[in-house]
Design a protein around this ligand. Structure first.
Ligand code: SF4
Length: 288
C-alpha cells in the first residue's frame, strides 16, 4: 500500500526580506542600465551564493577590496553595510557608488553615532567577524563586541555610561540574556541605553521557526551557512527540534533526509531567493 504523502508546512516568512529584496532589485537595475560598463560589488551584495551566482551571470564582478577595482567602475556597496572608512576610500577613487545598505542597518549605524555623541561606550552584541558588525564598529570607535555570555567583561564599565545594541539578525532572547549578564557583572555602570536593534523581519522568522520546529518531525531551514540570520534560524530550530537541518540547495543528502518523514517544516533565511526555495520544496515533494 502506498504511504500517505508527507505533510509539508511552509512558514509565512520565507524568501527575501525587504532589505535584501531592495538590494537585489537595485543591483539588477544597475547592471541592466549599464551594459558594457564595469559593475563591481564589494564582497557579496547579499549572503547567498546561489543568488550571487545569478547576479554574476548578469555581469556583476565581486571585488574583495576597493584597491582592486579599476577607476571609472560602478561599485555596489552591500546590503549588510560597509565601514565608513572603506566608503571614504571608495569615494576618493573615481568610482560611482551605489549603496544598497538595508535601511534598518543604516539606522543602526546612526544609533551607534548618536550613542557615541552622547558619551556612551558602545557595546555591540554580535559576531565580531560578520560584515555588518565590521560596518557598525566603524561608526562607534572604541566599541566592545560581545558574542556570548562568557565574553562579558567583569567590572569594566566601573563608572561610565554605556549603550548596548544588537546585530540586526541576533536572537532577541540571546541579546536580552547577554544584556542581563553585562548589568550583573558591571553593577557600577551609571547609565545604560539598551537599544534592541534586532530587525523585525529576523525576530518574526525566529518566532515562527521556534513554533514550527516544535510541530514537525523534520525542520528544514533553507539558506546559506554564510548568512547570519539563516544560521540563527537553524540554531533556534535545533534548540526545540534536534532534527533541524540547514539546506543550501536541492542537492546532497536532502532526498535521504526527507524519505519516510511524516511532517516537514520549511522556513528560509532572509537572503534566500524564492526560486531556490521552490526547487528545494520540489525535491522534498519528490522524495518524501
Ligand atoms: S534581515 Fe533585517 S536588517 Fe537584514 S537585510 Fe533584511 S530587513 Fe535588513
Amino acid at each position: 500500500m502506498k504511504r500517505p504523502a508527507a505533510k509539508i508546512v511552509i512558514a509565512k516568512n520565507t524568501g527575501f526580506c525587504k532589505g535584501v529584496k531592495r538590494a537585489v532589485q537595485i543591483a539588477e537595475r544597475t547592471l541592466a542600465e549599464n551594459p558594457g560598463r564595469n559593475v563591481y560589488s564589494l564582497g557579496p551584495v547579499i549572503h547567498n551564493p546561489e543568488a550571487m551566482r545569478k547576479l554574476s551571470g548578469l555581469g556583476l564582478k565581486v571585488a574583495k577590496s576597493v584597491a582592486g577595482i579599476p577607476e571609472g567602475s560602478i561599485l555596489i556597496l552591500p546590503s549588510h553595510g560597509t565601514p565608513e572608512s572603506v566608503i571614504t576610500v571608495a569615494a576618493g577613487k573615481r568610482l560611482k557608488l551605489v549603496d544598497v545598505t538595508c535601511p534598518h542597518v543604516a539606522s543602526v549605524k546612526r544609533i551607534c553615532r548618536d550613542l557615541c555623541a552622547r558619551g556612551r561606550k558602545v557595546v555591540i552584541i554580535g559576531e565580531a567577524e560578520h560584515a555588518e558588525i565590521k560596518a557598525l564598529k566603524d561608526s562607534a570607535p572604541g566599541c566592545i563586541i560581545i558574542e556570548n555570555e562568557e565574553q562579558v567583561p567583569e567590572g569594566l564599565f566601573t563608572s561610565g555610561k554605556i549603550g548596548i545594541i544588537s546585530q540586526t539578525t541576533q536572537s532577541k532572547d540571546r541579546f536580552l540574556g547577554i544584556v542581563g549578564v553585562i548589568l550583573k557583572k558591571n553593577p557600577l555602570v551609571k547609565e545604560v541605553d539598551i537599544c534592541n536593534t534586532v530587525c523585525r523581519d529576523s525576530a518574526g522568522r525566529q518566532e515562527e521557526a521556534k513554533k514550527l520546529a516544535a510541530q514537525v518531525e523534520l525542520m528544514l531551514v533553507i539558506g546559506s551557512a554564510t548568512s547570519a540570520n539563516t544560521r540563527r534560524l537553524a540554531e533556534i530550530g535545533a534548540s526545540v527540534n534536534g532534527n533541524t537541518h540547514l539546506v543550501e540547495k536541492p542537492a546532497g543528502n536532502l532526498a535521504d533526509k526527507v524519505k519516510g518523514t511524516r511532517s516537514i517544516g520549511v522556513i528560509s533565511g532572509a537572503s534566500t531567493p524564492s526560486w531556490l526555495i521552490e526547487e528545494v520544496i520540489g525535491c522534498i515533494k519528490e522524495n518524501a
